[in-house]
Write a protein that binds this ligand. Structure first.
Ligand SMILES: Cc1cc2nc3c(=O)[nH]c(=O)nc-3n(C[C@H](O)[C@H](O)[C@H](O)COP(=O)(O)OP(=O)(O)OC[C@H]3O[C@@H](n4cnc5c(N)ncnc54)[C@H](O)[C@@H]3O)c2cc1C
Length: 588
């Protein structure tokens, strides 16, 4: 094979969002050689877009503790979350926030100087009747503040960055050890083989599966696709979160923090609709509950506007000062994209694809785990995953707002800690699997010859997003899902015959999009098959033909792989140190 550059690192991290950068910082500080590969400049990763904040029971506003946070998270997950991982995350949360503060994150402040915390969806109301305020925020630009601080700390710690490189596939050997990945430079097409003793996938979510989404164009589920091609199943993919308040028809996010600050939803009759669906928590019920309420209002003819296809989010009563101080970013978004000022006018909103609850199965140490014979969770040697691409699973059937920034930081750090220990025992690089390298290199080079008359990548991607929106959205049933399965399977077949007509090596974004589509297609197959099979309603998976949660048959995680189709494994209901929270009806 023509000479291809090879580089060796202790750890390869694919993804420079909050999950990847928290892990790389820890590893670089431990004097390990760590490479971070990102297809965009690190501070453009989707973490930068996070608005509302990050949960931690700091009790800065009213009494709170990690155990209540744990309860809210288990309940929010509709009892599908693994309680050991949830306990670990909620206990680690205050430390994670203070660490960020020391890295330089400029959190908003209360008058007494402590970190500002706002109310968010799904937080208990047990504390003297008040809604808990557990979400630590830097105005409505929390992710921006976190990602920039982490990047700066990584520069200081001398993390090695491969900016604007695209990772294509993982290399594994015959024993199933992961040996690193093959990447190429988007700028000039140069291929590099990165050999690593440990690899961490931190590639973020797959919101580009849907037509209307809050997610960046880069969120195409690449790590999930890579894992599937390496024989690893994806877990709980039927649980996709729709955020209740995307700007109607466009998808940009209006943070839950807007309702946390006192905003509320109204229908065409001017009625405060959430009072009927969640009498206690109202607009701060869990996201799945609020999204379904909006969809029902519109279906029953109480939508606003000429086509009755959205509801309104009212903020004007909060006053200009609060809006400018706490929600400046969303005010700007509304002015730019809608031409309205939320300090004066209500915002048209509709549920929008937002967050991938499922992903690459891991344990709470960040190790990727797969079923082997009778054992449901055996680690894959050398492979870790953290952040939105992983399913650890702390979010189960429905994620609480503010728990993802927490998840990426806590489990990014936990994965790094485990890697540090693993490397003490595994000091040497394993022999490279040259066949695996050639296969991936050939796959990349197959785009070097211009080819026409094949399927268009842009067309397939557009159709896939439309199909997912129509067949796997807020409400689902057997018939609609069956049609969805058929359509996605057909698209996956057509995918085999794609062609791109740009064979250049300079910023060949057509090639990047072709690889992204391959990943999106894998994620779509896992999502639609898992959704079709799950005959119950739980969290974000709401079936009109099976309206109840069925703990007897379905309190289990789904696993979908190319090789075996669907499989299941039990939920880890036993926490680390406290008593388990048994399933109860979920009311807000
Ligand atoms: C608009 C918006 C607002 C949000 N607000 C909040 C909030 O207020 N609170 C909260 O808790 N959560 C929020 N979330 C969710 C949260 O921000 C994300 O879940 C989280 O930031 C994901 O972080 P990550 O590190 O897993 O991945 P990301 O930040 O998405 O980063 C993924 C990285 O992987 C890289 N990558 C991907 N594929 C490849 C490839 N093939 N090759 C090389 N590199 C690759 C990308 O370049 C990027 O660096 C929000 C999400 C959105 C979309």
């Amino acid at each position: 094979m023509a000479t291809i550059e090879r580089r060796q690192f202790d750890t390869l991290i694919i993804g420079a969002g909050g999950g990847g950068l928290r892990a790389s910082l820890k590893l670089a500080e431990a004097d390990l050689s760590v490479a971070v590969v990102s297809k965009v400049f690190p501070t453009r990763s989707h973490t930068v877009a996070a608005q509302g904040g990050m949960n931690a029971a700091l009790a800065n506003v009213q009494p709170d503790n990690w155990h209540w946070h744990m309860f809210d998270t288990v309940k929010g997950s509709d009892y599908l979350g693994d309680q050991d991982a949830i306990e670990y995350m909620c206990r680690a949360a205050p430390k994670a926030v203070y660490e960020l503060e020391h890295f330089g994150v400029p959190f908003s402040r209360l008058d007494n100087g402590k970190i500002y915390q706002r109310a968010f969806g799904g937080q208990s109301q047990n504390f003297g009747g008040d809604q808990a305020s557990r979400t630590c925020a830097a105005a409505d630009r929390t992710g921006h503040a976190i990602l920039h601080s982490l990047y700066q700390q990584n520069i200081r710690a001398k993390t090695h960055f491969f900016d604007e490189y695209f990772a294509v596939d993982l290399m594994t050997d015959e024993d199933g050890h992961v040996l690193g990945a093959v990447i190429f430079n988007i700028q000039d097409g140069q291929i590099i083989v990165i050999e690593a003793k440990t690899t961490l996938l931190a590639t973020g979510g797959a919101g580009q599966l849907y037509k209307t989404t809050t997610n960046a164009l880069i969120n195409t589920g690449d790590g999930m696709g890579m894992a599937m091609r390496a024989g690893i199943p994806l877990q709980d993919m039927e649980f996709f979160q729709f955020h209740p308040t995307g700007i109607a028809g466009r998808g940009m996010l209006i943070t839950e923090g807007a309702r946390g600050e006192g905003g509320y939803l109204v229908n065409a009759d001017g009625e405060r609709l959430m009072e009927r669906y969640a009498p206690k928590a109202k607009d701060l019920a869990s996201r799945d509950v609020v999204s379904r309420a909006i969809a029902i209002e519109i279906r029953e003819g109480r939508g606003c506007g000429p086509n009755k296809d959205y509801v309104l989010l009212k903020l004007d009563h909060l006053g200009e000062e609060v809006i400018q101080k706490r929600l400046p970013g969303i005010r700007q978004t509304c002015i730019t994209f809608l031409g309205i000022d939320p300090a004066e006018q209500a915002i048209p909103v509709y549920p929008t694809a937002h967050y991938t609850m499922g992903g690459i199965p891991t344990n709470r140490f960040g190790q990727v785990v797969v079923p082997v014979k009778d054992t449901p969770e055996e680690p894959v040697a050398g492979l870790y995953a953290a952040g939105e691409c992983a399913c650890v699973s702390v979010h189960g059937g429905n994620r609480l707002g503010g728990n993802s920034l927490l998840d990426i930081l806590v489990f990014g750090r936990a994965a790094a800690n485990h890697i540090i220990d693993y490397l003490k025992e595994n000091k040497y690089h394993r022999a490279m699997n040259e066949d695996a390298v050639s296969t991936i290199v050939e796959k990349i080079r197959s785009y070097d010859q211009p080819k026409s008359n094949g399927e268009s990548v842009a067309e397939l991607r557009k159709t896939l997003k439309q199909v997912m929106e129509e067949h796997c959205s807020v409400f689902r049933n057997k018939e609609v899902l069956q049609q969805g399965v058929d359509k996605v399977e057909q698209l996956a077949q057509r995918m085999k015959n794609i062609s791109i007509n740009d064979s250049s090596h300079t910023f060949n974004t057509a090639k990047v999009e072709a690889f992204e589509l391959e990943n999106l297609m894998a994620v779509a197959l896992a999502t639609i098959h898992s959704a079709y099979a799950r005959e119950e309603s739980r969290g974000a998976h709401s079936r009109t033909d099976f309206t109840e949660r069925d703990d007897k048959s379905w309190m289990r995680h789904s696993l979908y792989s190319f090789e075996n189709g669907l499989d299941y494994k039990p939920v880890r209901t036993k926490p680390m140190s406290v008593e388990s929270f048994p399933p109860k009806p979920r009311v807000y």
